[in-house]
Design a protein around this ligand. Structure first.
Ligand code: PLP
Length: 386
């Protein structure tokens, strides 16, 4: 089905931050499969883990114990200070689990018409519940009736949440991305997250963070919320957890941790031997000393280089970043930019019409960021290199 408006380009090989097409042309990948390939393409240790595990055992279903799933749950809960974990195959499914947990939480409060506060500019996925939680009309149009139970407020606006808190007795949770990715790299203020946490505590709401894109090292901590001292009740993640293999996770703590019971939820593939073994390798690599601090340093270097080259440019509104999640907001929509960058051997993304989004592999090097900055500056200034 033509659900994607694809570029007419196929890659046949990858290595680190580079992809290669059928003719052997090299492309600098500053998108990493939309924030998925954190450790880079064709990482030898990941490839070895995949082939060894595939030769041993891929799948047995969740009817039986899966030791790698138990070990991964242990590792992720330990890193995040959460209590337990459900494994899915994607980010949307991880969020579905979170939404179901919020509704179960509502039942414990005798609220059967539960509502979840969600944000303007949010993106949570393409299933019916997650597209209903998503802010984009483009994502929702044609799929009505939407799943009820979401109430939307502006992002980073604590007053909007407080106003609802005083009036609406059906709220059971707040769901937000600590950094909005698809929405254009908008970063939640620390004070805002702290206040949300306090309101959730006071009102007995679940604080649910969608870290599908911002998790797994992308911002320079394992999860973006770890830049603050808040303790979320639910954290979802996916994307870079499997470095390209499909796996998502919904982590729960506090009042959210005991809500799911046997039979409440499930997934045939979810957390099978192969994906969990590979994700364990990913998590171990991200946990090696200095890895996450290097992501933070690289993010700062990239931001400084982009700022030096582009600040004051009349076509640029501003540049935003959290670790290696970079957004360059342009004055005008730039639908042609992705193809133009591809023509120059650079892979980027434009989201929300006019925000250039860069999510390079976390192993990116300074020379690669420098090259990206110079190509981008030329493109934005309308100077094509060839
Ligand atoms: N949540 C966020 C914050 C995302 O960025 C995405 C995907 O871009 C999703 C959820 C959906 O994830 P998936 O495409 O794996 O279902």
């Amino acid at each position: 089905m033509p659900t994607y408006s694809r570029l007419d380009k196929a890659f046949v090989k990858g290595e680190g931050c580079y992809l290669y097409d059928e003719e052997g042309n090299e492309y600098l990948d500053m998108l990493a499969g939309i924030g998925v390939v954190g450790l880079g393409h064709a990482d030898p240790a990941i490839a070895k883990t995949i082939s060894e595990q595939a030769a041993k055992l891929i799948h047995t279903s969740n009817i039986y114990r899966i030791p790698a799933q138990e070990a991964l749950a242990e590792k992720l809960t330990q890193i995040s200070a959460m209590e337990n974990c459900f494994f899915s195959n994607s980010g949307a499914e991880a969020n579905e689990a979170a939404i179901k947990i919020a509704r179960l939480h509502g039942r414990t409060l005798n609220i059967d018409q539960a509502q979840i506060i969600v944000m303007e500019n949010a993106f949570h996925g393409r299933t019916l519940a997650t597209l209903s939680a998503t802010a984009s009309r483009k994502v929702q149009a044609g799929f009505e009736p939407l799943v009820p139970g979401f109430i939307r407020v502006p992002y980073n606006d604590i007053k909007a949440v407080k106003d609802i808190a005083d009036k609406n007795k059906h709220i059971v949770a707040v769901l937000l991305e600590p950094v909005q990715g698809e929405g254009g790299i908008h970063i939640a203020d620390k004070d805002y997250l702290n206040s949300l946490y306090e309101i959730c505590q006071e009102k007995n709401w679940l604080l649910m963070l969608d870290e599908v894109q911002s998790g797994n090292g992308r911002t320079g901590k394992y999860f973006a919320f770890q830049h603050t001292s808040i303790k979320p009740d639910v954290v979802t993640t996916a994307k870079a957890l499997g470095n390209g293999l499909p796996i998502g996770a919904c982590l729960a703590a506090n009042k959210a941790a005991g809500l799911m019971k046997a039979g409440n939820h499930g997934s045939t593939y979810g957390g099978n031997h192969l994906v969990c073994t590979v994700a364990l390798e990913v998590v171990n690599r991200l946990s090696q000393s200095d890895f996450l601090s290097s992501v933070e340093e690289k993010g700062q270097y990239f931001f400084n280089a982009l700022t030096k080259e582009l600040s004051g440019n009349e076509k640029v509104v501003n540049i935003r970043h959290h670790g290696l999640m970079m957004g360059i907001e342009l004055v005008d929509d730039a639908p042609q930019l992705v193809q133009e960058a591809l023509n120059q051997g650079l892979l980027i993304n434009v989201t929300s019409g006019k925000v250039i989004r860069l999510l390079p592999p976390l192993i990116v090097e300074k020379e690669q960021m420098d090259l990206c900055v110079s190509i981008l500056a030329n493109l934005i200034n309308g100077k094509l290199l060839k």
